[in-house]
Ligand binder design. Structure first.
Ligand SMILES: Cc1cc2nc3c(=O)[nH]c(=O)nc-3n(C[C@H](O)[C@H](O)[C@H](O)COP(=O)(O)O)c2cc1C
Length: 428
């Protein structure tokens, strides 16, 4: 398989607009990351933003002049700048979005370069709000934020909780630039030709597992596997960005912690802990995606207090092991009517072997969909940013999913889950 979409932002035209929030000091990091990812970036600052972050820094990082309000009235501009920039951009990022700019936008006011550009824009706009906790919870701001959600071209990123520059701890912190970068890639994947974003998961709840589970051998040693959790966490974020409520149960992860922002995350360690958490959360879910790599076996009696000597450790490999509970099979047994279950199988071998082993696993577990993905090919699978394989369905169909970014694959899997849900809920 050839790796396509290796650099999803390569050559994409992105406009980064900065408004007057102290979180503006983080925007240069975002611009730098987008440039490194191969995007073409233009920056724009409001007058307040220009007092908080240097337009010169943004110009240097984006390799292009940084636009300001006065440029709109420059007689050498051949076309109205707000229209020309709105048409140039494939996607606009407003990070941070202040209460003032939010109010102007949601009320349709076109005062200033950014405000007029946002009204002229027919492409997706990603909006990362940031403000003091009291401002964020003010009813006027809440109303304006709600209003924004009705626009299908807007991808809203509500602020997170944290220590704010005003010394309060609470909601208001702009989401991390790493999450914004992820949302940009997702937004480009989600947008249709009119700039509208998929919201087909709105009103649905997805339960996702991710990462490895960990079994104790003794106080010093653990049994763990190579899963980074990327596939599961990106499935969770892709669903959230399409409007879903998402519960993420995860073992240890090897990925940017910012990717967890905005998700209801339940960290666990062992297969037993994951099993308990799934039992609590499953009944609320419309679909479950079991992307975690659960350990296959564990010690029957792990040494709790005494570290095993090397000899004892070697001996212990030949006896005293048991299988961990089969979490996917349990999910199938207890699932409520209409719930769709997606399993994963990390496999080695050629195409025919992987499809056969995958189908055997799907039948054994009884899940609706099974993503059989090779882990013995360079650049894809465990710990990589890319994945692909074959999606096996209960109706016997096999869909080839060529290697692509895990985020793009996540969107394809979400499409497939919805297709199955439509079939299950159709009147017989
Ligand atoms: C130091 C400082 C920090 C500010 N931080 C925020 C903020 O985080 N969020 C916000 O909505 N306004 C914040 N403000 C107020 C805005 O800058 C002000 O409302 C301004 O009118 C925003 O205009 P703009 O949206 O056109 O940039 C801050 C002001 C100052 C002086």
């Amino acid at each position: 398989m050839k790796i396509e979409a290796a650099r999803p932002l390569m050559g994409r035209r992105l406009l980064v607009a900065v408004t007057g929030s102290i979180a503006a000091v983080k925007t240069p990091l975002l611009v730098s990351a987008l440039i490194k990812a191969g995007a073409e970036v233009r920056c724009l600052v409001t007058p307040s933003a220009a007092r908080l972050v240097s337009p010169v820094a943004l110009a240097s990082l984006s390799r292009h002049r940084c636009y300001q309000d006065e440029d709109q009235w420059n007689s050498s501009e051949p076309r109205p700048l707000h229209v020309a920039l709105a048409e140039w951009a494939e996607l606009v990022i407003v990070a941070p979005l202040s209460a003032t700019s939010l109010a102007r936008w949601s009320h349709g006011l076109a005062e200033g370069l950014l405000a007029s550009l946002l009204l002229a824009c027919e492409r997706p706009v990603l909006a990362a709000a940031a403000m003091n906790t009291a401002m964020w919870s003010n009813p006027a701001v809440r109303r304006n934020w709600q209003e924004l959600q009705t626009d299908r071209r807007v991808l809203p990123l509500a602020p997170e909780s944290g220590l704010l520059a005003c010394d309060r701890i609470g909601d208001g912190r702009m989401v991390d630039p790493k999450l914004i970068e992820l949302a940009v890639v997702s937004g480009l994947l989600q947008a249709d030709e009119t700039g509208r974003l998929q919201r087909d998961w709105q009103g649905r709840r997805l339960l996702v597992t991710a990462g490895s589970t960990v079994e104790v051998l003794d106080p010093a040693r653990l049994l763990i596997n190579r899963s980074s959790g990327r596939m599961g966490v990106l499935l969770a974020q892709a669903a959230r960005l399409r409007g879903a409520q998402v519960d993420l149960v995860h073992g240890p992860l090897k990925l940017p912690v910012a990717w967890l922002e905005g998700l209801a995350a339940y960290p666990v360690t062992s297969a037993d802990e994951m099993q308990n958490m799934l039992a609590q959360l499953q009944s609320k879910a419309d679909a479950v995606a079991m992307a975690a790599a659960v350990a296959d076996v564990r010690r029957v009696n792990p040494a709790q207090t005494e570290k095993l000597s090397k000899d004892c450790l070697l001996q212990s490999f030949s006896q005293g092991w048991e299988q961990v509970p089969d979490l996917l099979a349990e999910l199938v047994l207890r699932r409520p009517v209409g719930q769709v279950l997606l399993g994963f199988a990390a496999l080695t071998g050629n195409e025919a072997q992987i499809q056969q082993l995958g189908e055997e696993k799907r039948l054994r577990k009884g899940c609706d969909l099974l993503m059989a993905n090779p882990i013995d090919r360079p650049g894809q699978g465990f710990e990589e940013d890319f994945n692909g394989g074959w999606l096996l369905a209960a109706d016997g169909s096999i869909r080839s999913l060529p290697v692509t970014s895990k985020l793009a694959l996540a969107h394809q899997l979400l499409d497939a889950i919805l297709e199955v849900q439509v079939v299950i809920s159709a009147p017989s």
